[in-house]
Design a protein around this ligand. Structure first.
Ligand code: BTN
Length: 326
């Protein structure tokens, strides 16, 4: 009962920049003003910066990152963000999401964590979750055959590109699903699934977003150029609002995908891809293939034109061979 009441109070305070009176909250919840006051104090103890204004009521003053507010802001979504959890620390939010998916968690569950002891990236790499970063994983149960699942990574790249563009107008996708600002990585996506031939049980889509460069700098073992959103945006970025906006964009694209299929995603992806029509080099784990990025096919493979032939690249690391505009 109590967590629900606090969840309601947090959701209510975060839905407005104005103060909300104790009377109003008490009436809406059917409890006394004294009980409201006790809940407000409990929330303050949990870290919420709630100020009291005489004669006006309570106001949530800072960006308090919490599952209740996030879930409240996603309450009108079709699917993604309907159930939200927030952990201080996990091994990896993708692993936790997979554990929960195997135990029957609902589609649309999103798991946020402030820190990861074993955060994972693509191609077996480590993913560092620095302070102020966003790290979260979504549980999806799409009615798809396993071969189509890579389309969800491309969908996620498009949704991220659109929502993060509010902070920086020059965010581009790099195949298959890195998000770059002027050639440096600002966000990455790791998609994993549980499936049997012909049937997907669960897809876990994990997202890491660099919001700020850590004070001590980036860890030494990062081989790629990295950047953060805040360096490209004048006003302070709210982690909470950034998360809400990514989930909203994800929910809209996922809903449209289930209704209209992959074609609109492929078009949007191609328009914002950093190397569409340009010279690239792809390392497929064994060798390098050089060519011009020609198109993206329905399975998310990159079509490269190499000396008059078209090669279909299904996995690897892409390098842009033409300079990006500064
Ligand atoms: C990449 O670009 O290599 C993918 C990075 C994905 C990182 C995110 S952070 C949240 C989720 N949990 C993980 O362990 N990885 C993903």
């Amino acid at each position: 009962m109590k967590p629900k009441t606090r969840q309601y109070i947090l959701g209510r305070l975060s839905s407005t920049s104005q103060a909300v009176s104790g009377d109003t909250l008490a009436q809406e919840l059917g409890i006394s003003r004294a009980a409201i006051w006790k809940h407000i104090n409990a929330l303050r103890k949990q870290g919420a910066d709630i100020q009291s204004h005489a004669g006006q009521g309570y106001q949530l003053c800072s960006d308090f990152f919490n599952a209740a507010t996030l879930q409240d802001q996603c309450s009108r979504h079709h699917c993604i963000g309907k159930y939200i959890q927030h952990f201080d620390s996990l091994d990896s939010s993708n692993r936790e999401a997979m554990r929960q998916a195997e135990a029957g968690a609902k589609e649309g569950t999103v798991i946020f964590t402030d820190a990861q002891s074993a955060g994972r990236g693509r191609l077996g790499r480590t993913w560092h979750t620095t302070d102020d970063a966003l790290a979260f994983s979504m549980i999806l149960r799409p009615p798809l055959s396993p071969e189509k699942v890579p389309q969800l990574s491309l969908l996620t790249a498009v949704a991220l590109q659109q929502s993060l563009s509010q902070y920086c107008a020059d965010i581009r996708i790099k195949w298959p699903n890195d998000l770059l600002i002027k050639g440096a990585k600002v966000s990455g996506i790791l998609t994993e699934m549980r499936a049997e031939p012909g049937l997907v049980h669960a897809v876990i889509v994990g997202i890491g977003i660099n919001i700020k460069t850590p004070e001590q700098g980036w860890p030494d073992d990062i081989s790629q150029a990295v950047t953060d959103l805040q360096s490209h945006h004048e006003k302070a970025i709210s982690r909470l609002q950034c998360a809400v906006s990514v989930l909203k964009s994800m929910d809209q694209w996922y809903h449209a995908y289930l209704k209209d299929g992959f074609a609109p995603i492929r078009d949007a992806w191609w328009q914002t891809h950093a190397a569409s029509g340009q010279k690239v080099r792809v390392h497929n784990g064994k060798s390098y293939i050089e060519g011009v990025a020609q198109a993206l096919d329905d399975d998310g493979a990159l079509l490269l034109s190499t000396q008059g032939e078209t090669q279909r690249i299904i996995a690897g690391e892409l390098e842009l061979l033409e300079a990006q505009e500064a």
